[in-house]
Design a protein around this ligand. Structure first.
Ligand code: FAD
Length: 376
């Protein structure tokens, strides 16, 4: 794209959400520019650190129905998106296994109650399978004899976050998006474009004061020979811990959940908790090699929901994906891209037209008009 041509869309922030939005808009034939303060690998995003589990039912224990429904719909969309990207991305739909140690057995009925209360019955039926005795080992041979009970949530998935970010960057290049990596955009000094979509995650805080960070810490280890076949969640009184197997015997072990925008390195306490959790799932993790200990902050709004806020003019801000970014991003990004394209046509020019759009949108409760509601 020539520098002289004003793009239809400027996407500001090219982490997970921004990449998906820009890629979709470019795929629809628009001229798109994308700006990110970090590199094409996405190493400055929360998305870079995330475990990328796509677990709407397991997350129903801590999330409301809207998030579960966005997650279920997005889980169906991911294979279609990945199939169109120019590089392969590890994607698995082999379920989640939930287990607990005897000392934490009080957590099990709480988890089950929350899932059953928050998730639609149609998702729980056949999607939440009780395991006892040898059934745990039948489902996950590496854990035979290690846990007396568990639940298999067979419909859940996961992907490789870093492969996805790289493949999306390649997809942006393929669709001729004008990418500006290592280019920070501060405050509302947005680049020139007909419509701007602000997807800066926690970097959008200067223009969105109620946004906050929730720190998460993860370990990446190399553990040949254990051969877990799906993410394993370990119920724990403080936060859900998981061990997610990626390709080539790499495991992501996470994640802490700590209020505050602290991006400092992983604490000794958290490292001990995470690595002990993995060791308690399978003692062979004792011989694993630590590849990385990472921390990042999840961009979070007060109600823990994502939000798409139109400023009443030419800017749409998309944020608040919290701990569910990968799980819900396809639907959130699709909603953003659809709205932005309608904005470009000039059909949404005032509050009435916005209300009309909102009432007809698939995920209408995601949309807000700036200053019209105080909650976001
Ligand atoms: C430890 C951890 C584990 C997680 N695990 C999971 C999981 O298992 N499943 C799941 O679904 N989700 C998970 N998440 C959540 C997920 O990572 C986030 O919800 C998601 O990354 C949010 O996407 P985003 O695009 O809004 O923000 P980000 O991915 O953070 O991207 C924001 C981008 O904006 C850029 N930016 C910021 N400021 C500026 C600026 N001034 N100018 C230009 N660019 C800027 C950044 O460089 C970044 O690339 C996890 C998160 C963490 C931290």
């Amino acid at each position: 794209m020539s520098a002289a041509v004003r793009p239809d869309f400027a996407v500001v922030g090219g982490g997970l959400c921004g990449r998906l939005v820009a890629w979709q808009l470019a795929g629809a034939g628009h001229r798109v520019a994308l700006y990110d303060r970090g590199d094409a690998d996405g190493s400055s995003s929360a998305a870079w650190v995330a475990a990328a589990m796509l677990a709407p039912l397991a997350e129903a224990a801590v999330a409301e129905l809207l998030i579960t429904e966005l997650g279920v719909a997005s889980l169906e969309s991911w294979p279609r998106i990945l199939a169109q990207l120019p590089e392969p991305v590890f994607f698995q739909r082999n379920g989640t296994l939930v287990v607990w140690h005897h000392a934490d057995r009080a957590e099990a009925p709480l988890f089950e109650r929350r899932v059953r209360a928050n998730a639609p019955a149609g998702l729980v039926d056949g999607g939440f399978v009780s395991l006892a005795g040898t059934e745990v080992g039948d489902a996950e041979p590496a854990l035979a004899g290690r846990f007396a009970k568990g639940w298999l949530l067979p419909n859940e998935g996961q992907l490789d976050n870093r492969q996805a970010l790289r493949a999306l960057a390649a997809g942006l290049a393929q669709r001729k998006v004008d990418t500006h990596w290592n280019s920070a955009v501060e405050g509302t000094a947005y680049p020139d474009a007909r419509v701007v979509i602000d997807c800066r995650g926690l970097g959008g805080k200067p223009v969105w004061p109620t946004l906050r960070g929730i720190r998460g810490e993860v370990a990446r280890v190399h553990a040949p020979g254990i051969a877990l076949t799906r993410p394993v969640r370990l119920l724990h009184p403080r936060y859900p811990l998981y061990v997610a197997p990626k390709q080539d015997d790499v495991y992501v072990i996470g994640a802490t959940e700590i209020e505050g925008e602290d991006m400092s390195p992983v604490s000794v306490r958290s490292a001990l908790e995470l690595l002990s959790a993995a060791f308690s799932v399978h003692p062979a993790f004792g011989e694993a090699r630590i590849l990385e200990l990472n921390s990042q902050c999840r961009p979070t709004l007060p109600d823990h929901r994502p939000a798409l806020v139109w400023d009443g003019a030419r800017t749409l801000r998309v944020n608040g994906l919290y701990r569910h970014g990968y799980m819900i991003a396809p639907e959130v990004a699709d909603s953003a891209a659809r709205f932005a394209q309608t904005l470009l046509t000039g059909r949404i020019a005032n509050a009435d037209a916005f209300a009309q759009w909102r009432s007809e949108a698939r995920w209408s409760s995601l949309f807000h008009l700036e200053h019209a509601e105080v909650s976001v």
